[in-house]
Ligand binder design. Sequence first.
Ligand code: AMP
Ligand code: MG
Length: 488
Amino acid sequence: MPFTLRGDDVCQITQPSPIPNPYWVAFSASAAELIKLETGRDGLPIEASWLEVLAGNQLDAGQTKFSDPIATVYSGHQFGVWAGQLGDGRAILLGDINGLELQLKGAGRTQYSRMGDGRAVLRSSIREFLCSEAMHALGIPTSRALAVVGSKQAVRRETMETAAVCSRIAPSFIRIGHFEHFASLQNVVRLKELADLLISEFYPECSPGKDPYLNLFKEISTRNAKLVAQWQSVGFCHGVLNSDNISALGLTIDYGPFGFLDHFEIDHICNHSDHGGRYAYQRQPQVMHWNMACLASAMLPLLELEYSSEESQALLRSALEDFSVIYAREWQQLFRRKLGLQSQQDGDVALIERLLQAMHDSQVDFTSFFRGLGDLKKDSMPTEIMQRNDFIDRPNIEKWFADYLVRLQSETISDGARKALMNQINPKYILRNHLAQDAIEKAQQDDFSEIQKLQQILSQPFDEQEDFDHYSKPPPIDMQRVSVSCSS
Ligand code: AMP
Ligand code: MG
């Protein structure tokens, strides 16, 4: 959908800055299909000039021409503190194709770059590329990644690195921060235009009723509540849940120092700059709720077009309370499915929580454990299962397994059918940090084969793929705590 708002107070026409001698680092043929970009046998665009377009070096390829690339302005709360105006400091929206927006991240400075250089490094671009595509394959709403184009242009971070441009695709990149921006300027006209744009293009169900803006808030909040439940269910930590990184469409966007849990640690912090653990794994739902409160506050003037200030606040407050209910319902459903439970019974939540506590206490690998759980037979002996896992408090986990088996026996589904269902929700393969790191280190030596391999494996995360079994394993000890720098 084209970002149709125009005007200096909304966006600036911005030409990408070229990079010298661009080359393909990664390309997603499946993302290319979304924008009907034809690819050849090598999996790359048939129209070769797409390399220059996705590098930010030219604006046309074959029949496609981007006439007015823009950078948009938004504001936001960073780590809980109002940060004022931010904006697309290094993302340039080329335009829309086939109803989707195509954005170049790292394509040079914009009006909103502040002190930044407008660039992205190869390392973080590969991570964003791999994770976007992996999340999509896991069935989690996300922006997609089309390509990473590299260059030997130097970029200064903690050390000298090289530049890359990650091209990404989404129906829209509108964020909570866009609402906050116009709200902070008390610009109700723009706020209304933004909300109307979202409703007409993405939330048409909100418009016929009496309360379009209240309904819009509820829908955005619902989508983000469900999104964060999905993150929790695969052990995904976003790392920087600032309000400017939260999508108004409930997509996972702005991949930075994210990480998938290897061993289960409920308070795991993946972002090295997050000293207080504001964005730790277990805090993600609360923090998303907090971001929805920012959205509610930003949308208040829209409700006040129809209601008194007090009524508007009461309506939004009540809608905001629904977040926790929706999140909890979604989380319970997902974890029930992870445990292979078909019915809903009292005691299920306690059973799930006891398991997670035991996994945390013993630092059990999150993904492998759930995947392995599908192998259980209803008549297995708890001790037999125990051999395979590294729980420290054995009496406790034996008791848990005994209770779990009783619970499984209360259902009629066969072991085989249950396993098949569990394997559709418990992935075997996730983008573990050490795997991404390995692909990055090879790419830094101009070997991009590992990126392709990971891309292929992670495109079918629920399949066995025996040949790649070792990619499903927890990291070796020396790679267990790969540090992920916040710089990108
Ligand atoms: P992030 O934490 O990556 O979501 O970025 C927060 C803000 O900083 C956004 O407005 C980004 O556009 C901007 N930003 C991050 N890195 C750069 C950079 N290298 N150059 C310009 N702006 C940047
Ligand atoms: Mg961002």
